[in-house]
Ligand binder design. Structure first.
Ligand SMILES: [Zn+2]
Length: 357
């Protein structure tokens, strides 16, 4: 079946085509001889990418396969056609065989220490086991490993790093050796130096990053995923922890208050930003357009935010975009989201593996 996309077709930052076709599930810019069965009119972008999303997880931990699939389909209907699953306790391999489900790049199970993360979420291990377990999860995932770098230490009453810097560096090296890249959940300032020095490939949340950290992340081209929908919850976490952990509450509140300025500072420092909803624990699926709107509200130009949500994320994940011959995973919008980010909330057509969803 042939589809005609009347465009504009936004392939990349400096690459916008007038029109394109989908032939046998793939993108082409050469007019085919066969007449198109359907014309899709509007601004076309490569399928959106949620780089921090948890399929198969809800507030209680693992979910049944039916619910895991439902979560993925809710994301798809918001235009998210590629998910980097940032850690899940559920085996979601069955989703790979379903042509109507978004594509998943898994980080395996996320890695934490006992009592140092949310219960039922992570693979909980002792410090000394980190390098071995990171290598195992590297082999179990799709090229990514996810670790928890800091969490509340109940004895200290505040966020502290989970891993000593030398063990962390050894763990990252072990994952790299096994062919995977590593990303880390990091709220605290104190965990960032060890991550950057250890060769981390991506930072989730990054709320504690200082100007020096931002400069270093920019120099190393390490992306940060600001997860503003998640940081919006920090005020609630502070209020919950207030009575028992006043130091924790006092740390979380300012990170909440400055969340928009912080995201803009990261962008202006030259840190590559990517879009993650952190859906799956407490945040609902399908929220990528809302997360993107938050980044624009922070002052980042809409055109940059669309790029982060689409072709820049695909490039970073080494996934195809809309180059000639690529699988046709794309979204068509009535208005150009680079001019009005609100357009992301109402996709006109979604094409996945060459088929209109
Ligand atoms: Zn998460």
């Amino acid at each position: 079946m042939v589809l005609h996309l009347t465009g504009p077709v936004v392939v990349g930052d400096d690459d916008v085509r007038e029109q394109a076709w989908v032939v046998d599930g793939r993108i082409t810019y050469a007019a085919p001889s066969e007449a198109p069965k359907r014309t899709l009119d509007g601004t076309v972008v490569p399928g959106l990418v949620d780089v921090h999303c948890h399929v198969g997880l809800d507030s209680g931990g693992a979910v049944d396969p039916e619910l895991a699939l439902k979560q993925a389909l809710v994301d798809r209907d918001a235009g998210t056609l590629l998910i980097r699953d940032a850690g899940s306790p559920t085996d979601t391999r069955f989703i790979d065989a379903l042509p109507t489900a978004p594509r998943l790049i898994r980080a395996g199970r996320f890695i934490a220490r006992p009592m140092r993360y949310l219960r039922h979420y992570a693979r909980e291990i002792e410090v000394a086991d980190l390098p071995r377990v990171m290598a195992e999860e590297a082999r179990a995932g799709d090229g990514w490993v996810k670790i928890i770098a800091d969490w509340i230490d109940r004895e200290v009453g505040d966020l502290t790093p989970l891993w000593p810097a030398d063990v962390l560096a050894e763990g990252i090296a072990a994952a790299h050796e096994a062919g995977a890249r590593v990303t880390a959940h990091a709220f605290a300032t104190e965990s960032i130096d060890a991550l950057l020095d250890g060769g981390i490939d991506c930072i989730e949340h990054g709320t504690g990053m200082t100007a020096e950290h931002m400069a270093e992340a920019a120099r190393r081209a390490v992306p940060v995923v600001p997860t503003l929908l998640q940081v919006a919850n920090f005020e609630g976490y502070a209020a919950q922890g207030e009575a028992r952990f006043p130091a924790y509450a006092a740390r979380m509140r300012p990170m909440h208050e400055r969340r928009f300025a912080h995201a803009l500072a990261l962008h202006e420092a030259g840190v590559p930003l990517l879009i993650g909803t952190d859906a799956g624990g407490t945040i609902g699926h399908g929220a990528l357009p809302a997360e993107a709107a938050h980044l624009v509200a922070a002052g980042i130009p809409a055109a940059d935010v669309v790029a982060m949500a689409s072709w820049r994320a695909r490039e970073f994940l080494r996934a195809p975009g809309l180059e000639e011959g690529a699988p046709a995973d794309l979204v068509v919008y009535g208005e150009d989201p680079r001019a009005d980010i609100g357009a992301l909330a109402t996709p006109r057509h979604i094409v996945l593996r060459g088929a209109v969803v």
